[in-house]
Write a protein that binds this ligand. Structure first.
Ligand code: NAD
Length: 307
């Protein structure tokens, strides 16, 4: 009997490799091969696993006559030619829920970091400055959090916010009332959410309707004491308007994990602002999220190839 070969073309958690091996598959590992090398490697494989790299192009797909499934450990399928895969009847699977809790926890971490000026105070300590007076913060208990986009991540943020004793406002064009009830949340209009919230956090996909959803006009609706968090996609916020809002005090601060341009250019105006906490798109960067992403994709591949 022919052994089923699976090409793992990106770092994958060992538990995911175990899932493939336990299914009796032969695992070929090559970290981020270029297109030429990938074409050489896919000749006899039935599945390929990638992350945000390498690119699975039409050429690669056409060089893989036995290929039945492409797995993306994580979210986003921009590096896979979906159309070419579809034409050949090749399934594409991913693990969009694997990092939801991790992104939600980073969101909460950013809220605390801004509310308690943790990054600012830490920077000052390293400069030898005991900035006790300038580091006055706010408590979260009893404050209102406005969650824009109540999907997987928004729901996880809401669960933690509820546990912190925050009031939860929600905005989503497709409201899930049952889940809202579970977290004690209330659906309101975007305008009301922006006006009433002490913390506003964005968890929408980047689509035409959400490009620059948070613009100058909407930033002006927020309280001057409000904190804005974005761990979704950079372009959901108009960065120039946000810089202005932070410089001119329309809002109090921001916590950002994602940017319109990534990596964030050195010396970007955001890096000059003390009321902003910046992280380099690390929402899904946890041991647990990476393990889940790998295992979920490996399990789907086993099911497809064995089913
Ligand atoms: P999801 O699809 O589960 O939820 C998105 C929600 O947004 C849905 O409920 C949808 O109805 C809602 N929505 C759509 N259009 C909207 C609009 N115009 N206004 C308000 N809500 C709208 O997605 P998710 O898994 O929760 O991911 C949310 C975001 O987080 C995505 O942008 C994703 O790319 C991003 N993300 C970031 C990281 C990171 O590392 N920072 C990691 C994973 C995902």
């Amino acid at each position: 009997m022919n052994v089923v070969k699976v090409l793992v073309a990106a770092p994958l958690h060992e538990k995911a490799i175990e899932v493939l091996k336990n299914a009796g598959f032969e695992v070929v590992y090559e970290e981020y091969p270029n297109e030429e090398m990938l074409i050489e490697l896919v000749g006899d494989v039935e599945a390929i696993i990638v992350r945000s790299k390498p690119k699975v192009t039409r050429k690669v797909i056409e060089a893989a006559p036995k290929l039945k499934v492409i797995g993306r450990a994580g979210v986003g399928l921009d590096n896979i030619d979906i159309e070419a895969a579809k034409e050949k009847g090749i399934k594409v699977v991913n693990s969009p829920a694997a990092s939801s809790r991790s992104v939600a926890e980073l969101t909460i971490a950013l809220i605390f970091a801004v509310a308690r000026k943790i990054a600012f105070a830490d920077r000052k300590m390293r400069e030898g400055v005991w900035a006790k007076k300038q580091s006055m913060g706010i408590e979260l208990e009893g404050k209102t959090i406005g969650i824009v986009g109540f999907g997987r991540i928004g729901y996880n943020v809401a669960k933690i916010a509820k546990a912190l004793g925050m009031n939860v406002l929600l905005y989503d064009p497709y409201p899930n009332e049952e889940r809202a009830k579970e977290v004690g949340g209330k659906f309101v209009s975007l305008e009301e959410l922006l006006k009433e919230s002490d913390v506003i956090t964005i968890h929408v996909p980047l689509i035409d309707a959400t490009y620059h959803l948070i613009n100058e006009e909407r930033l002006k609706l927020m309280k001057p004491t409000a904190i804005l968090i974005n761990a979704a996609r950079g372009a959901v916020i108009d960065t120039d308007a946000l810089v202005k809002a932070l410089q001119e005090g329309w809002i109090a601060g921001a916590g950002l994990d994602v940017f319109e341009e990534e990596p964030l250019p050195k010396d970007h105006p955001l890096t000059k602002l003390d009321n902003v906490v910046l992280t380099p798109h690390i929402g899904a960067s946890t041991v647990e999220a990476q393990m889940r992403a790998g295992v979920q994709v490996a399990e789907q591949i086993v099911e497809i190839l064995k089913g």
